[in-house]
Design a protein around this ligand. Structure first.
Ligand code: FES
Length: 141
């Protein structure tokens, strides 16, 4: 096993001990929807009270989110939450996507450790603001 693989396994084991669910760990490992979107229609960056930064990219067609991606600097909680919410908004109308709640994201994540609930708050707030910014410019909704 390479050194980086050992470190990854150690990190995943640490996440388990910290109370992260296997579902969260899977999202963290696979980095679902993580990456830059070169042809995004809207990009927005948000900083949480903890200082973590989440950047959201949306591809929108006629008021419907066709694709969503993200980049972040922060904890596994925000990374996994962003993976989940970018999956949840795809093929949804903007108004509908804005209604996704912290509870919805937590259910799809299989929960998060109590101390990490603010990570979901950052993710949901960031997604709502990103959509609101786009809508405020008078794009079709
Ligand atoms: Fe900052 Fe998770 S600790 S978002």
């Amino acid at each position: 096993m390479a050194v980086s693989d050992e470190l990854t396994e150690e990190l995943l084991e640490l996440m388990r001990r910290c109370g992260y669910s296997e579902k969260v760990i899977e999202y963290f490992k696979k980095k679902v929807n993580m990456g830059r979107m070169e042809d995004a229609d809207w990009v927005s960056e948000h900083t949480g009270s903890c200082g973590d930064v989440l950047q959201i990219f949306l591809k929108i067609n006629n008021g419907v989110i066709e694709d969503a991606k993200f980049l972040y600097i922060g904890c596994p909680g925000v990374g996994a939450s962003a993976s989940v919410i970018t999956e949840m908004v795809k093929k949804k109308a903007l108004e509908e996507a804005k209604k996704i709640t912290e509870k919805d994201v937590l259910e799809n994540l299989g929960g998060l450790p109590e101390s990490k609930l603010d990570c979901v708050k950052l993710t949901v707030t960031a997604m709502r603001r990103t959509i609101a910014e786009y809508m405020a410019l008078g794009h079709p909704t």
